[in-house]
Design a protein around this ligand. Structure first.
Ligand code: CA
Length: 401
């Protein structure tokens, strides 16, 4: 046996002994460390479960549970429009695993229908669901973030908003009111409204009192009528009792539910005044900034989902509702004559011009909106619009009722 072999034989047991000691030490470290890590996590979660009953509580290290209030312009459980804020709240609760809980209050429960803006601006509610054009008294340019006569449809508007610079203008407009706006629902092109009198020429508008909001209302007044803005919940009785002669509301899905066909003869189309109205989610700026980034992102994504989902739902439901109105309730559905639409279009341009002179912000937003509209309209002549026409004409398709 060589000296080297002898030395190796002497070292080997020592190495084995050291390795054994290391293994034993590691084993003890693992045994004593891991229960303490698990125990710590369980305690945190357990502590949060007890505290969460009082509102804000620690769920995990650095995570809070937020209990928020959302006020709406729509009555609680209002068909269609009222479903959007409920869907938003449910979606956010699920996405955040219960860290962002939003209680939805209908019109009049905490604040009146049109008190939403003030409540969220001052922070008495963290969120609101409404429509931007209701605030045109404060900010004339807000109309562009709902719908304007002969303006963009829903698809075009969403393109302008999310990829054409529109949202940045909207945020800028609301910033001084301490609000962050998001699009959160769209009805698609609306109907022209319910009339008992036939509209055969623009002269037939003379003396007519109609519920028609936004710039459409200004145009209607310019045409010799009287525009009034009545909340949705009061429309049926107003039309029935003769307080108003005509009303627009939304489209077949919502209008059928309201029962306007029982008290009005003619259902006119198209909704030249509201070609794709967007609803808004407004969030108090400080409340939004107090949220961790992941919850902020969830609000953005949920609003976007609700925005598209409402349009999808209205597309799916309005067709059946229109068919029911015509076939079951024998509603007289008719288009506005071309010269009436042309008169409304000309007057719309006059109103845009006058409002631009009065308010520099209106002028700036209108210019931006107008440029995008011109561009997208030029494209849609060769895409969406051309396809609709081709589909029907190539197959000689007629209405389905
Ligand atoms: Ca409407």
């Amino acid at each position: 046996m060589s000296k080297i072999q002898k030395t190796q034989q002497g070292i080997l047991p020592g190495i084995i002994a050291i390795l054994l000691i290391i293994i034993v030490v590691l084993f003890f470290l693992l045994v004593f460390q891991s229960p303490s890590i698990q125990k710590s996590s369980v305690q945190k979660v357990s502590a949060s479960a007890a505290q969460s009953k009082n509102g804000t509580a620690t769920l995990l290290a650095g995570q809070n549970i937020y209990e928020w209030t959302l006020v709406t312009t729509w009555p609680k459980n209002f068909p269609g429009l009222g479903a959007a804020p409920e869907n938003l709240a449910r979606m956010l609760k699920e996405m955040s695993n219960g860290r962002l809980n939003i209680k939805v209050h209908g019109a009049g429960q905490l604040v009146p229908a049109l008190g939403v803006f003030g409540a969220v601006s001052t922070g008495s509610a963290q969120m609101g669901h409404s429509a931007a054009y209701y605030w045109r008294g404060k900010m004339p340019a807000s109309v562009f973030f709902t719908a304007v006569p002969f303006g963009m449809n829903a698809q075009e508007f969403n393109g302008w908003l999310h990829h054409g610079g529109g949202l940045a203008l909207w945020r800028e407009l609301y910033a001084e009111h301490n609000l962050i706006p998001f699009a959160a629902g769209n009805t698609g092109v609306q109907m022209g409204g319910w009339f008992n009198k036939e509209i055969n020429s623009i002269a037939d508008v003379q003396g007519l009192k109609m519920r028609i909001p936004g710039i459409g209302g200004d145009v209607f007044t310019r045409a010799g009528g009287t525009a009034v803005n009545i909340p949705g919940g009061e429309l049926y009785t107003s039309l029935q009792s003769g307080v108003i002669d005509a009303t627009e509301w939304v489209g077949p899905y919502n209008d059928l539910a309201f029962g306007f066909h029982q008290i009005a003869k003619h259902y006119y189309y198209p909704g030249w005044h509201e070609p794709g109205p967007a609803l808004e989610l407004i969030v108090n700026q400080e409340a939004y900034e107090s949220l961790p980034q992941d919850l902020q992102k969830m609000i953005e994504v949920a609003a976007r989902a609700v925005n598209q989902d409402m349009l999808d739902e209205y597309t799916a439901r309005s067709q059946g509702a229109l068919k029911e109105l015509v076939t079951k309730h024998q509603v007289d559905i008719r288009p506005f004559p071309n010269d009436v639409l042309k008169a409304f279009a000309d007057m719309s341009q006059q109103v845009y011009g006058e409002l631009s002179e009065k308010d520099a912000t209106f002028k700036a937003v209108y210019q931006h909106y107008r440029e995008y509209l011109e561009s997208v309209r030029g494209y849609h002549m060769f895409s969406e619009q051309a396809y609709f026409e081709a589909r029907d004409e190539a197959q000689a398709l007629l209405p389905t009722f």
